[in-house]
Design a protein. Structure first.
Length: 189
C-alpha cells in the first residue's frame, strides 16, 4: 500500500499537495495528527502518538494487520521515514520509496483516495528503543540531530520551533547527507 506523507516546514499544506497529484492509489497520512500526538512544551512538536490512536488512524486509512506499506514524501524521505520507523518499531512491514515523489517515473493522479477501513492491532512503543530526556542527559548514548545544519546550530529558527539549537552534546547528522544530487538514497559508506 502506498502512503503519501508530504509535510512542509514552511507551512504549506501536505494534503493540498497530495490532492494536486500523488502516486496512483496512495492515501495521505498527516504527520501532525496521524503520526504524532498533539505538541506541547515538554514533548515537542511531534511526540509519539498514543498506540491506540495511531492504530485507529492508520486503520481509518485502510492500513491493517498484514498490510505492507511503502511511504514517500516530496523531500527524499524525512517525513515518510517517520511512518516507516513507527511501523517497523511495532513489528510491521514498511519501506521508503527511493527518490520519493520526484523519483516516480510513471504518472500521478489527483484527488483523495479512500480505501475500506481496516483493523490495525494497537502495539505499545517498545521501550528498549526509546530514551527519556534524563537518560540522554546522563550522557550514555550518542545523540544524532538529523535536521539541517543551520537548524542544529540555531542559525535558522522556524516559527514552529519551540527552542532553537540542539541538545547539548548532540552531533549534527543532516538527513539530506544520505541523498544523492537527484534525491535518491546514497550508497552507504
Amino acid at each position: 500500500m502506498l502512503v503519501d506523507v508530504r509535510w512542509f516546514l514552511d507551512g504549506r499544506s501536505g494534503h493540498d499537495a497530495y490532492l494536486a497529484g500523488h502516486l496512483p492509489g496512495a492515501v495521505w497520512a498527516d504527520v501532525d495528527t496521524v503520526l504524532s500526538a498533539p505538541p506541547d512544551e515538554t514533548d515537542g512538536r511531534h511526540p509519539l502518538p498514543d498506540p491506540a490512536d495511531f492504530a485507529r488512524a492508520l486503520g481509518a486509512l485502510g492500513i491493517g494487520d498484514g498490510t505492507a506499506v511503502v511511504a514517500y514524501d516530496a523531500d527524499g524521505g524525512p517525513y515518510a521515514a517517520r511512518l516507516v520507523w513507527l511501523l517497523r518499531r511495532t513489528g510491521r512491514s514498511a519501506a521508503l520509496l527511493d527518490g520519493g515523489l520526484s523519483g516516480w517515473p510513471h504518472g500521478t493522479e489527483t484527488g483523495d483516495v479512500t480505501l475500506p477501513e481496516a483493523w490495525l492491532t494497537p502495539v505499545e512503543w517498545p521501550t528498549e528503543v526509546l530514551r527519556s530526556a534524563d537518560e540522554v542527559a546522563a550522557g550514555d548514548a550518542v545523540v544524532l540531530d538529523a535536521r539541517a545544519a543551520d537548524r542544529y546550530s540555531g542559525e535558522t529558527v522556524l516559527p514552529t520551533d519551540i527552542r532553537s539549537g540542539h541538545i547539548p552534546g548532540a552531533r549534527s547528522a543532516p538527513w539530506s547527507a544520505n541523498l544523492t544530487a537527484d534525491g535518491t538514497f546514497a550508497t552507504p559508506r
